[in-house]
Design a protein around this ligand. Structure first.
Ligand SMILES: [Zn+2]
Length: 126
Protein backbone atom coordinates (compact mmCIF):
# COMPACT_ATOMS: atom_id res chain seq x y z
CA UNK A 1 0.00 0.00 0.00
CA UNK A 2 1.39 3.36 -1.08
CA UNK A 3 -0.04 5.22 1.92
CA UNK A 4 1.57 2.83 4.37
CA UNK A 5 5.10 3.31 3.13
CA UNK A 6 4.63 7.07 2.94
CA UNK A 7 3.33 7.13 6.51
CA UNK A 8 6.27 5.11 7.65
CA UNK A 9 8.66 7.48 5.96
CA UNK A 10 6.95 10.48 7.56
CA UNK A 11 6.99 8.84 10.99
CA UNK A 12 10.70 8.08 10.72
CA UNK A 13 11.56 11.55 9.52
CA UNK A 14 9.53 13.21 12.26
CA UNK A 15 11.01 11.00 14.95
CA UNK A 16 14.50 11.87 13.85
CA UNK A 17 13.78 15.59 14.07
CA UNK A 18 11.97 15.20 17.39
CA UNK A 19 14.87 13.26 18.88
CA UNK A 20 17.33 15.90 17.74
CA UNK A 21 15.21 18.48 19.49
CA UNK A 22 15.05 16.40 22.63
CA UNK A 23 11.30 16.06 22.48
CA UNK A 24 9.21 13.93 24.78
CA UNK A 25 6.20 13.89 22.52
CA UNK A 26 5.20 15.13 19.15
CA UNK A 27 1.94 17.04 19.40
CA UNK A 28 1.20 17.72 15.83
CA UNK A 29 2.57 17.16 12.37
CA UNK A 30 1.69 19.59 9.64
CA UNK A 31 1.88 17.73 6.41
CA UNK A 32 1.47 19.15 2.96
CA UNK A 33 0.52 16.95 0.06
CA UNK A 34 -0.21 17.86 -3.51
CA UNK A 35 -3.41 16.66 -5.11
CA UNK A 36 -1.38 14.83 -7.72
CA UNK A 37 0.48 12.76 -5.19
CA UNK A 38 -2.34 10.21 -5.50
CA UNK A 39 -2.61 9.78 -1.78
CA UNK A 40 -5.83 9.07 -0.02
CA UNK A 41 -5.92 11.37 2.99
CA UNK A 42 -8.13 9.07 5.07
CA UNK A 43 -5.92 6.11 4.40
CA UNK A 44 -2.85 8.13 5.15
CA UNK A 45 -4.27 9.14 8.53
CA UNK A 46 -5.26 5.57 9.26
CA UNK A 47 -1.85 4.18 8.34
CA UNK A 48 -0.08 6.81 10.36
CA UNK A 49 -2.18 6.02 13.40
CA UNK A 50 -1.34 2.35 13.06
CA UNK A 51 2.36 3.09 12.85
CA UNK A 52 2.33 5.65 15.65
CA UNK A 53 0.36 3.51 18.07
CA UNK A 54 2.43 2.69 21.12
CA UNK A 55 5.34 4.81 19.96
CA UNK A 56 6.53 6.99 22.81
CA UNK A 57 7.07 9.99 20.56
CA UNK A 58 4.22 9.61 18.11
CA UNK A 59 1.37 8.09 20.05
CA UNK A 60 -1.45 10.70 20.19
CA UNK A 61 0.22 12.85 17.57
CA UNK A 62 -2.24 14.76 15.48
CA UNK A 63 -1.68 14.60 11.78
CA UNK A 64 -2.79 17.76 10.08
CA UNK A 65 -2.93 17.31 6.34
CA UNK A 66 -3.08 20.26 4.01
CA UNK A 67 -3.95 19.44 0.43
CA UNK A 68 -2.33 21.69 -2.10
CA UNK A 69 -3.81 22.54 -5.44
CA UNK A 70 -2.14 21.82 -8.70
CA UNK A 71 -0.22 24.58 -10.39
CA UNK A 72 0.66 24.56 -14.05
CA UNK A 73 2.62 26.57 -16.53
CA UNK A 74 1.38 26.71 -20.10
CA UNK A 75 2.96 27.70 -23.39
CA UNK A 76 0.32 30.44 -23.73
CA UNK A 77 1.81 32.16 -20.71
CA UNK A 78 -0.71 31.06 -18.11
CA UNK A 79 0.74 30.21 -14.73
CA UNK A 80 -1.42 29.23 -11.82
CA UNK A 81 -3.81 26.82 -10.24
CA UNK A 82 -6.00 24.33 -12.01
CA UNK A 83 -8.41 21.65 -11.01
CA UNK A 84 -9.96 23.37 -8.01
CA UNK A 85 -13.34 21.96 -8.87
CA UNK A 86 -12.08 18.41 -9.20
CA UNK A 87 -12.76 16.29 -6.18
CA UNK A 88 -11.99 12.86 -7.50
CA UNK A 89 -8.40 12.06 -8.23
CA UNK A 90 -9.32 9.48 -10.82
CA UNK A 91 -10.85 12.15 -13.03
CA UNK A 92 -8.03 14.56 -12.49
CA UNK A 93 -5.76 13.52 -15.32
CA UNK A 94 -8.57 13.92 -17.82
CA UNK A 95 -9.39 17.39 -16.66
CA UNK A 96 -5.97 18.82 -16.34
CA UNK A 97 -5.93 21.60 -18.84
CA UNK A 98 -4.95 25.20 -19.11
CA UNK A 99 -7.91 27.35 -18.00
CA UNK A 100 -6.73 30.14 -20.26
CA UNK A 101 -6.30 28.46 -23.65
CA UNK A 102 -7.59 24.92 -23.12
CA UNK A 103 -4.26 23.21 -23.82
CA UNK A 104 -4.46 19.69 -22.44
CA UNK A 105 -0.78 19.39 -21.71
CA UNK A 106 0.37 22.26 -19.56
CA UNK A 107 3.51 21.46 -17.58
CA UNK A 108 2.89 20.72 -13.94
CA UNK A 109 4.78 22.95 -11.54
CA UNK A 110 3.24 21.86 -8.27
CA UNK A 111 0.92 19.19 -7.02
CA UNK A 112 3.09 16.12 -6.59
CA UNK A 113 4.84 17.16 -3.43
CA UNK A 114 4.67 15.32 -0.12
CA UNK A 115 6.44 16.98 2.74
CA UNK A 116 6.38 17.70 6.42
CA UNK A 117 5.89 21.43 6.81
CA UNK A 118 6.57 21.55 10.51
CA UNK A 119 6.04 19.68 13.73
CA UNK A 120 5.02 20.72 17.21
CA UNK A 121 6.90 19.02 19.99
CA UNK A 122 6.55 18.86 23.74
CA UNK A 123 9.36 18.79 26.23
CA UNK A 124 8.30 17.72 29.66
CA UNK A 125 10.78 19.83 31.57
CA UNK A 126 9.32 23.03 30.15
ZN1 LIG B 1 -2.61 27.90 -21.99
Amino acid sequence: MHEFSISKEIAMKVKKVAQQKDADHVNKINLRIGKLSHLNVDQLEYCFKTIAKGDELLDKTKLNIEEKNIEVECSCGYEGQVGDEIKKLSSLANHLKCPSCGNLNPSIKKGKEIFVKDIKIVREDE
